[in-house]
Design a protein. Structure first.
Length: 193
């Protein structure tokens, strides 16, 4: 199964695409009404053509990136964001690791970084395409602010993902509150009602 087939099996038919101007073979596809009716999923296609090196080891991994956006949001901005990350990874030959807070010059909706996380909205089988060698891992990028990044550095990505789940924050809302208020202590979440 190729990457497009893998994505379409979980996300439905791709409706639109954007190409990279600097990395041959890399593009971003749009999948509508997923993971929820009022959302879209954007995914890189082609980043996995080359294996990337995992920091701290000589092991390689293939990666594709996904993000979720409001259906009525700025999909072009999200596509450019994914292309920027894919182009940066391709040029550096460095894979994103779980919990990395990728710096995003200029930010997106007031968020300065993108958290590399397992894809949380879809079935377990969506996270890995095992037919490639090495396997292709799907990484979800979640826009976060600097306070959230500091919290991750201090307490770990699992503690932060738990905060996201507990707060039930809408990650597609460009005006969402930070789930970390003030300091970086566990439990210093903002009230989200």
């Amino acid at each position: 199964m190729n990457v497009v087939s893998h994505f379409e099996a979980e996300l439905g038919e791709m409706s639109r695409g954007w190409g990279s101007s600097t990395v041959e073979g890399v593009s971003v596809g749009l999948f509508e009404a997923t993971p929820f009716e009022d959302c879209c999923t954007l995914a890189t296609i082609g980043l996995s053509l080359d294996a990337l090196t995992m920091r701290g080891s000589n092991r390689g991994v293939r990666q594709e990136l996904v993000c979720v956006a409001a259906r009525e949001g700025d999909l072009e901005l999200h596509a450019r964001m994914l292309l920027y990350v894919a182009e940066t990874l391709s040029r550096s030959n460095q894979a994103l690791l779980r919990g990395d807070a990728f710096p995003l010059p200029g930010g997106i909706h007031g968020r300065e970084r993108l958290l590399a996380a397992p894809p949380g909205y879809w079935s377990d089988g969506f996270a890995v395409l095992g037919e490639t060698d090495p396997a292709t891992v799907v990484v979800q990028l979640i826009p976060i602010d600097d306070r959230e990044a500091a919290f991750i550095t201090e307490h770990g990505v699992d503690a932060f993902l738990s905060l996201l789940e507990e707060s039930q924050v809408d990650l597609t809302d460009p005006n969402r509150c930070s789930v970390v208020r003030g300091g970086t202590e566990p439990g210093s979440t903002s009230p989200l009602s």
